[in-house]
Design a binder for this molecule. Sequence first.
Ligand code: NI
Length: 184
Amino acid sequence: MAIREIIRMGHPTLCQVARLLQPHELSGEPVRELLADMVDTLHHAGAIGLAAPQINASVRLAIIEIPGGNSRYGEIPAMPLTVFVNPEVQLLDGELAGYWEGCLSVPGLRGFVERPQHARVHALDLQGNAFELELKGFLATVFQHEFDHLDGRLCVDRLKDSSLLVYEDMLAELPGPGPAVLDD
Ligand code: NI
């Protein structure tokens, strides 16, 4: 297990569509090692989500872990560390809400991105079993941000215009249209 370097915007891996993991790979040592490194890297960064491409592994694997209660993300439901293999997002409602999103791969910047706020996630767990989660509000945004990484897309790719991309230290000076989404 190891803390891995988080690659940043400009690295070609972040622009690639990551490949699907095959079920037989899930119990193999390479995926187990990658996952252990992802957990270490996520915890070291103090973040709530990490996708494999962010540590330069172009496979469809992501982890999310959300502290519950009144965290720095506001009042949101907790989610224990959860592994998502080959996740897909199904939008259930097109109604949008925006947050100032941050990303470990775009350090120092925040982008205001509007996304649908009601979605269902279909994924496999590490045993290869399919599961689903229904997500609303902030959580729907978190998952869409995270899984965008698997399609080679960063939150900055979803900005309407450059006025919605700011340095973190400028954020407090703006009229705030929503809480920040930090570090995923
Ligand atoms: Ni990100």
